[in-house]
Design a protein around this ligand. Sequence first.
Ligand code: HEC
Length: 209
Amino acid sequence: MKKLFLLRASLSHAAGVALAGSLALLSACRGGPSEETPVVPIRNMYDQDRYEDQGRSPFFADHRMMRPHVDGTIAREMENDPVVASGRLEDDSAYVLEVPQIVVSRKGGMDALLHRGQDRYNIYCTPCHGSTGDGQSMVVARGMLAPPTYHQDRIRHMPDGQLFATITNGIRNMPGYYAQIPIDDRWAIVSYVRALQVSQAAVPQEAPQ
Ligand code: HEC
């Protein structure tokens, strides 16, 4: 009976040591940097076959891992109307004169588009262009060269598509917003810039004779 007890005790002792040992081993894999080869229990999850940028692949005839676009395809989230995406006519000969109708209707009408534009303009453009678009802004007050006012004939007569392209690509010292502002919001801002221009361009009343 006593022997059996001793045997059990030493067995559980051995199990305890083994458990502590394996815990210590596992914990060595985590935490701070180490010079030791890492312990990776399931290697096939760690080292997977994958394509690397600029890598070479025996699978394709040209051996390039990076594949060119398949002709006529676009990514799912891309705008599929080139006029809406670029602000230029289908044959790329000139800028479109007005915000494309498809954008107005999918944003819920001109009223909704303008409100959205006001909201986005106030976030993205006022820091530099000022809330009326006259170029007097916080950033200018802190020393940046004032951007041109929107209330000059050159910008008043600019096609809507060119304003859109200016927001998209930036111009000279102004950064482009293609990554931060989605396409429809850029068009919404264009329509709000138009509203600002109208608001600042009251036709002077004829003085009574
Ligand atoms: C970081 C500051 C900054 C922000 C933000 C900014 N702009 Fe500009 N913008 C400029 C500057 C500077 C210029 C003048 C660029 C030049 O001529 O060097 C300019 C020029 C322009 C012009 C005139 C382009 C021309 O043909 O002369 C338009 C229109 C314009 N911005 C619209 C916008 C709109 C709309 C937004 C908001 C989406 C915006 N900008 C956000 C700095 C900014």
